[in-house]
Write a protein that binds this ligand. Structure first.
Ligand code: NAD
Length: 681
């Protein structure tokens, strides 16, 4: 909705961008600009928000209504001052509109930015041509290629707003608009400004290289650079045309669809549901102010920092003296840095340390992060159950152990859930909230709410070995090793995965997280047989290369290993690497959906995008499968399964077959094909 009113001699146009009101905006602006009685115009938003940009639901459809850019140009060429009064946010098209105004008055709490790149697009209402003219090429490159939002104070410093105020923005803008009536507007028309850029070639070459590296195959940031380059090399009108042409290539791209899918999926996963029918909108979280973290190792430290930063009071318990000293120092250092960034004293963070478990007696929620050892965790949950109050939520950060079994050690199994963080826990955005069949909806709601409070993308998942993320990683890692057995070098495997867009291939990742992590898990599963070379374990194909590396404490060359195993090497291309690693991971995703462990494909995709470095511009593994074509994924799995009948994870899942035989419906309709979910346990 929009309306306008005559205030003294200033016209106030209230602006909101969606197809339904586009015609209205055009009429109102034209009227205000051409009415001789009106001496100046203020454009503002409704309900305290200037404009959050285009209605993203319109993307991918034909956009109806008149084009806005010619109207925006009419604003700029008006012979009376037009002032933008920015409250709340001016993002995307909203900020572009403000850049057509002659002045921008901004509330101190407002956020501004051109985030189109994060949706696979570029700011195509002049943003790429006008912002560099106003604030210089390097600053515009930074804002447009990252899409980051800035505060009003930073916008003032960069020079794209003229005043920042704390009071009523519209009133201030009206006053300002009246005060500049009659003044020359020549220097206020951005389209007439030059776009100087000394050493443009060198600058763009360097920027392009950096952006390509960071983009990991995403095309939008690179296209944004090309558009800004046009602002430097072409006259304004031609630059605007170039911006349109470049936008046209992005608008219908698969990457833009993937990024927009991620944008929506992030919201979808917050509306969680459980197989029992419990849901986000019918389960009320319990208030949590006091939390305990047990174990101050790698994970406990990050979790403590994340909680303290969100204003929670934390008790950290550690039993090893040395770990306590090191942990306490690490947490204090991280909080000190966080306080410096926020410009506050680190005294605002409330963390208490103790070597006694009794210190957790009065908390409302406990997060256990001790060694991955079931016997130790069993004992701890028994103790916690008797020390804590009857309604305290007991959560485990286990990577793969059975949450139900832990729950059975306590007097209130309905109050036990998994809170699976990712390392480093104060940085990584993902949190898997694991519920068993006995978990109370309120316990899940409370963990999900806490996750949200500490800035995580929280995804509710069912209980099974490895939950969603690590369970799908299993076939992926096995295929990476099998490929090396068959002749690929670790570099070939990693290169294919990194070119696909992962920040690190499987082998580089394993080196970084420590080869012994997986080794310990395989040992616990009874798969490791020291000194043995057998390539069949528990009735299926097995690659002992990783175990040998750990046992011998040195890098065993795959070539020597292959010779001893009598394996003949063959050339393996990146297509096979990707198909075998990714399709086997995706296949496990279909099994997870079939088992009701994840509520929908969006949940799996967000877990992979936020926790496992899956490139966002490919939308997550399940979205990727839908883009590749489910029939192609199925055919490839069938092909590899024939070649490797001893590898069960290559056996296409029932759900994948069912979806293909139902005509491969679009991803948002998969749920209709998925059978009534049931627990995998
Ligand atoms: P870690 O070895 O770094 O730390 C474990 C800490 O727990 C140690 O400091 C140890 O002294 C302490 N501890 C042991 N028993 C204790 C007790 N009874 N009371 C108090 N403290 C005790 O381990 P980590 O890597 O932080 O992993 C912790 C948990 O998080 C494991 O269950 C692991 O599977 C899980 N996890 C780890 C990662 C990761 O990347 N490291 C990621 C996700 C989840």
């Amino acid at each position: 909705m929009f309306y306008y009113k005559l205030l003294w001699s200033t016209h106030v146009v209230v602006f909101c961008n969606s197809a339904a009101v586009r015609q209205g905006i055009v009429d109102t602006v034209q009227k205000a600009v051409s009415d001789p009685q009106v001496k100046s115009v203020v454009i503002c938003g409704q309900n305290g928000i200037f404009c959050g940009g285009a209605d993203i639901k319109e993307f991918g459809k034909d956009i109806s209504g008149p084009p806005l850019v010619p109207v925006f140009h009419a604003i700029e060429s008006a012979d009376k001052p037009v002032v933008a009064a920015i409250e709340g946010s001016a993002l995307g098209g909203g900020l572009e509109l403000a850049l057509f105004c002659h002045y921008r008055i901004t509330h101190s709490k407002a956020r501004l930015g051109l985030p189109e790149v994060t949706l696979g697009l570029l700011p195509a209402a002049g943003g790429t041509q006008r912002l560099p003219r106003l604030i210089g090429v390097p600053a515009a490159l930074d804002l447009i290629t990252t899409g980051r939002h800035v505060t009003a104070a930073e916008a003032l410093k960069l020079g794209f707003v003229d005043q920042v105020i704390d009071q009523n923005t519209v009133e201030a803008a009206v006053k300002f608009a009246l005060s500049v009536v009659g003044q020359s507007l020549e220097s206020r028309r951005i389209s007439t400004l030059p776009c100087p850029c000394p050493d443009a070639d060198a600058l763009f070459e360097g920027v392009m290289q950096k952006v390509r590296q960071r983009a990991r195959g995403a095309i939008a940031p690179v296209t944004c650079v090309q558009a800004i380059q046009a602002a430097v090399t072409l006259p304004y009108a031609q630059g605007m045309q170039r911006e349109q042409e470049l936008m046209a290539t992005l608008f219908t791209s698969a990457q833009a669809r993937a990024l927009q899918y991620c944008f929506f999926s992030q919201r979808v996963v917050s509306r969680w549901s459980m197989p029992s029918g419990a849901r986000w909108d019918t389960s009320k979280p319990k208030p949590v102010t006091k939390v305990a973290v047990i174990g101050l190792g790698t994970m406990g430290r990050g979790i403590t920092v994340a909680l303290a930063q969100a204003g929670l009071s934390v008790v950290a318990v550690e039993t090893e003296q040395q770990q306590m000293i090191a942990g306490q120092r690490a947490v204090s250092d991280m909080l000190e840095r966080a306080a410096q960034r926020r410009g506050v004293s680190s005294a605002v963070y409330r963390v208490r340390y103790s070597m006694k478990l009794e210190a957790v007696a009065d908390v409302q929620l406990v997060i256990e992060a001790v060694f991955e050892d079931m016997v130790l965790k069993e004992q701890l949950f028994k103790q916690l159950s008797s020390i804590c109050k009857a309604d305290t939520l007991l959560c485990s950060n286990t990577s793969a152990l059975d949450i139900d079994h832990l729950a059975s050690q306590t007097r209130s199994p309905q109050l036990v859930v998994g809170m699976h963080f990712f390392a480093p826990a104060h940085v990584m955005k993902l949190l898997e909230v694991v519920h068993g069949p006995r978990s109370a909806p309120q316990a899940v709601a409370t963990a999900m709410e806490l996750g949200k409070r500490i800035g995580k993308v929280s995804v509710a998942v069912g209980n099974c070995r490895g939950f969603v993320g690590n369970r799908m990683l299993m076939p992926y890692s096995q295929e990476a090793l099998f490929l090396v057995e068959e002749g690929a070098s670790p570099e070939v495997v990693d290169r294919a995965l990194e070119e696909f867009g992962f920040p690190m291939g499987f082998f580089r990742m394993s080196d970084l997280s420590g080869l012994d992590v997986g080794w310990r898990v395989r040992k616990a599963d009874g798969l490791v047989k020291p000194g043995q070379m057998s390539r069949v374990r528990q009735g299926r194909r097995y690659c002992p290369l990783g175990d040998l590396l750990c046992e011998q404490g040195r890098f065993e060359l795959p070539r020597g290993y292959r010779a001893r195993q009598g394996l003949v090497s063959r050339r393996i291309d990146s297509k096979e690497v990707l198909e075998r690693c990714l399709y086997s991971l995706i296949n496990e995703g279909f099994r997870i959906l079939e088992d009701g462990i994840a509520a929908g494909p969006e949940d799996i995709d967000m877990i992979y995008v936020f926790g496992y470095g899956w490139p966002r511009h490919r939308g997550g593994p399940m979205f990727y499968a839908s883009q590749v074509g489910l029939d192609r994924v199925l055919q490839a799995l069938e092909h590899y399964q024939q070649l490797h009948p001893d590898v069960p994870h290559l056996q296409p899942s029932r759900l994948l077959r069912k979806l293909v035989s139902s005509g491969s419906p679009p991803i948002h309709r998969w749920k209709e094909v998925i059978k009534k979910p049931h627990s995998a346990l």
